[in-house]
Design a protein around this ligand. Structure first.
Ligand code: SF4
Length: 164
């Protein structure tokens, strides 16, 4: 790997820029994301900065199930992000559709439309779980032996909405 690529990867891991999009959440997961970012839980200590435009973001943080109304906007936001980009699904609804699964206006979880790197279950997902998910994402971006990488949560566990 060239020096330039190493520097870019180091910068990405040390200061991931995120954008948050509510794809149809009830708002509780959004409040928890805000709580994780603000001084009490202080996600910024990991260099995480929230951005207002997808063109500057490395990580797309989604809350809520994908609704038919928001699916096109979600895709447009994702396509505007530069590569490499990562998606984090926050809350049981984002992981699997949750309580809205089967609703006439709901498609399913975020992974029905985008590749998701980290699933953070919970209704709502707690700030601690959100921080844990982001740290695991950053860990997985480093060159570590497989055994040290973040464990992937089993899909069955996600569907049951078990909070971490
Ligand atoms: S997981 Fe729970 S808190 Fe989060 S959007 Fe769904 S219903 Fe609301």
């Amino acid at each position: 790997m060239s020096i330039l690529k190493k520097i870019i990867r180091w910068a990405r891991i040390k200061s991931p820029w995120i954008i948050h999009f509510n794809t149809g959440a009830c708002n509780a997961c959004d409040i928890e994301i805000v709580a994780a970012l603000t001084p009490r839980y202080d996600l910024e200590r990991f260099g995480v900065i929230i951005k207002g435009t997808p063109r500057h973001a490395d990580v797309l943080v989604c809350s809520g199930p994908v609704t038919l109304q928001t699916q096109d906007r979600l895709l447009r936001i994702y396509e505007q992000m530069p590569e490499p980009k990562f998606v984090v699904a926050v809350g049981t609804c984002a992981c699997s559709g949750g309580v809205f699964q089967g609703c006439y206006s709901v498609r399913a979880g975020i992974d029905s439309i985008l590749p998701v790197s980290v699933f953070i279950p919970g209704c709502p997902a707690s700030p601690k779980a959100i921080i844990d998910g982001v740290v695991k994402l950053l860990d997985s971006l480093e060159d570590k032996p497989k055994k040290e990488m973040a464990p992937v949560l089993p899909k069955k566990e996600l569907a049951q909405g078990n909070a971490t």
